[in-house]
Ligand binder design. Structure first.
Ligand SMILES: Nc1nc2c(ncn2[C@@H]2O[C@H](COP(=O)(O)OP(=O)(O)OP(=O)(O)O)[C@@H](O)[C@H]2O)c(=O)[nH]1
Length: 396
């Protein structure tokens, strides 16, 4: 080896040593103080030398994406369906409120007037509107400016308080069975449809269901319920057209008890709360429920209260008129729960707040479409979340 070759070799070796030192220094600098880079396994080449196929051993870790379980997927789809079903309702006064807050990180007391105008022109009833406004005013009174998020949170909390009506959970397993439900309301509000959906709900929970066609006034009503019974795969008790609804319902409940059904769901003809004779007929129907249960149990009528539940069905699309209807029904007929239907088709769904506030009767179910699975048990928290989730998401 010539001296030139020796110098050249030494120069290359020197350069390699310097480059290695710089690389190690740079790597140490990149780590938090006190940390040393992890040692590579002696037997393995550095990752860069390996195939980059996903999952190859030693491949630089990507954030692992865990596939959702079927239950999680079902829950997400259900949540999406629920929120979509309430989109129009959310597009009502909630969207108007959200528009007031949009783009205003801080809001002043002047906003109070605008909030007042939205609340009092919404279909939530004057009392509920006042309660929400009081909360906003309280907050704004505390300082000249308030955080828009805080105002929104105050409205959400007040709405949740109004919607949370204390009530025992529904008991579908009375001893002795069956659980008897009477559905009442004005014409066309969705009584029969809701009964069909409820029959499906109980069937899915493993209960034996009997539908009772207590609307003997309208020939098509029995047929409509029969279609639901076939769709759900449950039995139906039909009376003769024009028969006394009390006697049809009595016989249906008695049959339900004798034949070991778990749940008996009774339809009634639609009626206006202003028609006295029709409201009297409802009282008679209720007494016949008690009579049938007493007879089936072999006890005196005084020992039986009547149907376990009576639900008043309200059509949310008529907004405040639904609230007026409910108030007038309550004057003549007790009901234990409310069903708000057609929330999918209206911007007036805020009436749920009004009925909860005014009547303090729990909303038990809401209808969010015409299909068999478009009925949801009412949950104040879930409803508030779907309605008031985030002002920026509210439908413009
Ligand atoms: N979009 C929508 N439509 C509904 C809902 N519930 C019921 N409907 C529709 O409302 C209409 C009336 O429903 P019915 O079940 O016949 O009402 P009803 O109270 O039994 O009527 P009467 O027997 O005349 O008193 C039907 O077209 C239903 O499909 C709902 O939650 N959403």
């Amino acid at each position: 080896m010539t001296s030139t070759e020796i110098y050249l070799l030494l120069a290359i070796l020197g350069a390699l040593v310097v480059t290695g030192g710089v690389v190690v220094y740079a790597r140490r600098r990149a780590l938090p103080p006190g940390k040393t880079p992890p040692e590579l396994p002696a037997t393995e080449a550095p990752p860069s030398d390996r195939a980059l196929a996903p999952g190859a051993p030693g491949r630089r870790a990507e954030a692992p994406v865990r596939p959702l379980t079927p239950e999680e997927l079902a829950r997400a789809a259900e949540q999406e369906r629920y929120v979509a079903g309430l989109a129009r309702t959310r597009g009502g006064f909630v969207a108007k409120l959200a528009r007031l807050f949009r783009g205003r990180p801080r809001v002043s007391a002047e906003l109070r007037d605008e909030v007042e105008s939205v609340l009092f022109t919404a279909d939530i009833g004057a009392k509920a509107a006042q309660k929400l406004l009081d909360q906003v005013t309280d907050l704004l009174d505390k300082s000249d400016v308030a955080d828009a998020d805080k105002v929104w949170a105050v409205i959400r909390t007040a709405a949740r308080q109004i919607l949370t009506v204390p009530a025992a959970p529904l008991d579908y397993s009375p001893n002795p069975p069956p659980y008897v439900l009477l559905m009442i309301g004005v014409n066309g509000v969705g009584k029969t449809t809701t009964l069909g959906k409820l029959a499906a709900f109980h069937k899915a929970a493993g209960r034996r269901v009997l539908l009772v066609a207590g609307d003997t006034f309208r020939a098509a009503a029995g047929e409509q319920l029969e279609i639901w019974a076939r769709r759900v795969g449950c039995e139906i008790h039909l009376g003769k057209e024009g028969a006394d609804p009390s006697s049809v319902i009595h016989d249906g409940i008695f049959r339900g008890a004798r034949e070991g059904f778990d749940v008996v769901l009774c339809d009634t003809a639609g009626r206006l709360h202003t028609k006295k004779e029709l409201m009297d007929e409802l009282q008679k129907i209720r007494r016949s429920c008690a009579k049938a249960l007493a007879r089936a149990r072999g006890v005196g009528e005084a020992e039986v209260r009547g149907p376990h539940d009576t639900f008043l069905v309200l059509d949310a699309t008529i907004g405040q008129n639904a609230l007026a209807q409910a108030v007038l029904f309550k004057e003549t007929m007790d009901f234990t729960g409310l069903v708000l239907t057609k929330l999918d088709g209206t911007a007036k769904g805020g009436v749920v707040l009004g009925v909860c506030d005014e009547l303090r009767v729990p909303v038990r179910f809401i209808g969010i479409g015409e299909k068999i699975d478009d009925l949801r048990p009412f949950d104040a928290d879930a409803f508030v979340e779907a309605m008031f989730g985030d002002p920026d998401d509210a439908k413009a």
